[in-house]
Design a protein around this ligand. Structure first.
Ligand code: ZN
Length: 175
């Protein structure tokens, strides 16, 4: 098994209170867990991939959500606690799934990755749809239970159940 840690949307607009699409106080709870996962992965030599929302002004997603994570603005920046180390891949996305319209799949294949371990937000949106595409493409998926969250905790719980029972993801504890 070759596993990559995939960090989803730990950017200023979602993580910080006052951000354009702040996901709520549970973000502060997952941040140290995500940071711990990053430290673990780096120590283990496991690839670390940062997925970040990076929208165009007027992106189609803004029909459903307030404008957020406009590429090149401070809100689209990865939070300082999780700044990518040299050599770590950053994949910018415009849709929920990190695989849609990006080079995430070929990046993972070039790293010989067959398993992705997801942390970040939101469980019921970008985590869920990234996991669904990963499963369709044949990757095994792990989701760190306390390393993902949402602004909608009911949807968070629903998504964890879907991830496990429908998509066959393993819900795991932080290492
Ligand atoms: Zn977005």
């Amino acid at each position: 098994m070759t596993r990559a840690l995939v960090i989803v949307d730990m950017i200023e607009d979602f993580v910080r209170e006052g951000g354009a699409l702040y996901c709520g106080p549970s973000m502060a709870r997952i941040l140290p867990i995500v940071a711990g996962e990053v430290a673990r992965a780096r120590a283990a030599g496991e690839p670390v991939v940062h997925l970040t929302d990076a929208h165009l002004p007027g992106d189609a997603e803004f029909a459903m959500f307030p404008p957020h994570a406009i590429a090149g603005t401070p809100g689209a920046a990865i939070v300082p606690e999780l700044i990518p180390a040299a050599g770590e891949v950053v994949v910018r996305k415009r849709r929920y799934s990190g695989f849609f319209g990006t080079d995430l799949d070929i990046t993972l294949r070039e790293l010989r990755v067959d398993t992705i371990r997801l942390v970040g937000d939101c469980t019921n949106i970008c985590i869920l749809y990234t996991a669904a595409d990963a499963r369709n493409l044949g990757y095994a998926v792990e989701v760190v239970a306390d390393g993902v969250t949402s602004f909608d905790l009911e949807a968070h719980r629903f998504a964890l159940r879907e991830l496990e029972r429908t998509l066959g993801a393993r819900i795991v504890l932080p290492a």
